[in-house]
Design a binder for this molecule. Structure first.
Ligand SMILES: Nc1nc2c(ncn2[C@@H]2O[C@H](COP(=O)(O)OP(=O)(O)OP(=O)(O)O)[C@@H](O)[C@H]2O)c(=O)[nH]1
Ligand SMILES: [Mg+2]
Ligand SMILES: [Zn+2]
Length: 338
């Protein structure tokens, strides 16, 4: 599922330059020598912090480990082989030696680093929205394209249901109904009042999920509310930051009691899709599938092209107008980077 995506020349240049810059700094390889290390053990990445990472052992301990230089990419959710230190050295309790191949990968493009994996081995993506900050079906559509492209099942959460104002309720319900109609699950929840939290707990069980969405929509609050077993950990992390703010700065793995896990992720302002070619974005709109390949011209842009089957479907009410408009917004946003 993890596929190499093409970057444009400009992006490749930036990525190469940044990579070269980083190589000039001496890479801190582990201070731990081989003779001080135990046998290789399987583990799971909880969080990655630059040159080190927290690993969850099979016994359920979380240990801070160095990362071998040979390990190229490491993110929350990765399955790794690591070795325990006999005695911790500069706070390091072990060394990560290797990463297992990923079953899936959620990626986003980054202007500085190129294509960046956000989380690995995820089976379901909870796209979290809320009326505050403002509800945006454009952001939801971007995430849906990323889910379709990565082959990961999406689930839409409308959080802060308690804050939906009278005059916006109808609009939000109408937009979310469109997603339900296409076949995406939608759930109204509130981390404040507890609305929908039992259903959410059920949806979390038995699989590996990540919560994504803008900063402040309530991703961490929902995990905290739905899972009493992990709420203590979240409370402790928020206090540690000492900023009086609870914004999540690094993705984190929370193991669930009956199997499965939740990954909390930092909010991002804009979920870019410029790493994807146009046809992959088109394919990311599931509701377009029955009509793809039936336009009159093979290179149809689905704008004012004669014989456009997508436009005809919009006019016949078979494709939602708002989705079609968001599709064109994404396509025109690509041009700015290429
Ligand atoms: N009224 C109301 N407030 C909520 C609800 N869920 C979260 N909040 C509040 O919204 C604010 C942001 O919540 P967080 O859980 O930190 O949001 P987040 O998505 O994790 O944000 P980042 O970590 O920055 O990405 C907090 O002040 C929460 O108390 C809800 O259902 N209703
Ligand atoms: Mg958070
Ligand atoms: Zn067309």
């Amino acid at each position: 599922m993890a596929q190499k995506r093409k970057l444009t020349k400009g992006q490749q240049r930036r990525v190469r330059a940044n990579h070269a810059k980083r190589l000039e700094k001496p890479a801190a390889d582990t201070a731990l020598e081989n003779e001080q290390l135990g046998a290789p053990e399987p583990g799971r990445i909880v969080s990655r912090f630059g040159q080190h990472a927290d690993v969850l052992s099979e016994q359920g301990e979380t240990l801070r480990c160095n990362i071998r230089r040979a390990v190229e990419s490491l993110v929350t959710g990765d399955r790794v082989v690591w070795r325990r230190a006999q005695a911790s050295e500069q706070g390091m309790q072990g060394v990560i030696e290797a990463v297992q191949e990923r079953e899936s990968e959620l990626c986003r493009p980054d202007m500085y680093d190129g294509l960046k994996p956000v989380a690995a081995n995820v089976e379901r993506i909870f796209i979290v929205s809320s009326p505050q900050p403002a509800f945006s079906d454009q952001i939801i559509d971007r995430y849906l394209v990323a889910c379709e492209d990565a082959g990961i099942e999406p689930f839409i959460l409308m959080n802060k249901a308690d804050l939906i104002a009278h005059d916006e309720r109808e609009y939000i319900e109408q937009r979310l109904h469109v997603y339900q109609h296409i076949g995406y699950p939608v759930l109204y929840v509130s981390a404040e009042t507890g609305e929908g939290i039992d259903e959410l707990r059920t949806a979390f069980q038995g699989r590996i999920s990540v919560l994504v969405g803008q900063s402040g929509v309530g991703k961490s609050s929902l995990i905290d509310k739905a899972l009493p077993e992990v709420s203590l950990v979240i409370g402790a992390i928020s206090e540690n930051s000492g900023l009086g703010q609870h914004t999540t700065t690094v993705a984190r793995w929370y193991a669930l009691e009956n199997g499965g896990a939740l990954i909390d992720s930092p909010g991002i302002r804009e979920f870019g899709l410029w790493h994807l070619p146009v046809d992959r974005i088109t394919f990311g709109f599931r509701d377009f599938h029955p009509f793809l390949g039936t336009c009159k011209f093979r290179d149809c842009k689905h704008l004012d092209d004669p014989g456009c089957a997508l436009r005809a479907a919009v006019e016949a009410g078979e494709i939602d107008e708002g989705r079609f408009a968001n599709y064109h917004r994404i396509i025109s946003s690509l041009a700015a980077y290429k």
